[in-house]
Design a protein around this ligand. Structure first.
Ligand code: AMP
Length: 208
């Protein structure tokens, strides 16, 4: 199954994606993770993307679309994939739709994890990520519960950037809900619940 995950930053997309990956072996294609890895490695793409990311702005479409196309062509994506954080605007959605036939695949569902903005702001302010394994936890985790690594706060999870990212989401990404609804692909789940409750509904709604 090929899934597009939609939802504001902090809605829990990454957490739900990870659970689907663990249970069903889909490839997890997170453009945020791919871009952070490029920044860390200091590649030309990473150097170009960093300024946009630190400001909470979207990285230019041509950079991100290239990254996703390359990733979708990799072998593990043939087992099914979850796109997390992509597409982020209508041009990216159209570019994705144009690229998929060449790969002989289609999107089966666009899954929206819906959470109120107030909850999002609180979640993002408290979010901490493991520097070694990327595990996402909260400020209550002194060290990573998975591997004991150092937990840090992403630069773009600082209060001044959170507001901007939510504005970008409303302006650029929310129009995608109509795009996928028109194509009868949109499934909405309430993300403001316990992680496992959300996951149970995700599976049920996807028919998994
Ligand atoms: P995320 O981890 O999905 O919250 O993404 C972190 C940052 O990476 C975003 O605020 C953007 O700067 C950049 N980014 C991630 N995915 C995309 C995308 N599809 N298009 C443009 N920029 C992106």
């Amino acid at each position: 199954m090929n899934i597009v995950l939609l939802g504001a930053p902090g809605a829990g997309k990454g957490t739900q994606a990870q659970k689907l990956v663990d249970e069903f072996g889909y490839a997890h294609i997170s453009t945020g993770d791919l871009l952070r890895a490029a920044v860390k490695a200091g590649t030309p793409l990473g150097v170009e993307a960093k300024g946009y990311m630190d400001a909470g702005a979207l990285v230019p479409d041509e950079l991100v679309i290239g990254l996703v196309k390359e990733r979708l062509a990799a072998d593990d994506a043939k087992q099914g994939f979850i796109l997390d954080g992509f597409p982020r605007n209508l041009d990216q959605a159209r570019a994705l739709d144009a690229a998929l036939p060449e790969l002989g695949v289609a999107i089966d569902a666009a899954l929206l994890v819906e959470v109120e903005p107030e909850v999002i702001i609180e979640r993002l302010s408290n979010r901490r990520v493991c520097r070694t394994c990327g595990y996402t936890g909260t400020s209550a985790d002194a060290v990573c519960p998975k591997d004991g690594g150092e937990m840090y706060q992403r630069d773009d999870d600082k209060p001044e950037t959170i507001k901007h990212r939510l504005d970008v989401y409303a302006a650029e990404t929310e129009p995608l809900l109509g795009y996928y609804a028109e194509r009868d692909l949109l499934i909405t789940v309430d993300g403001d619940r316990d992680v496992d409750e959300v996951y149970a509904e995700v599976k049920e709604r996807l028919g998994l």
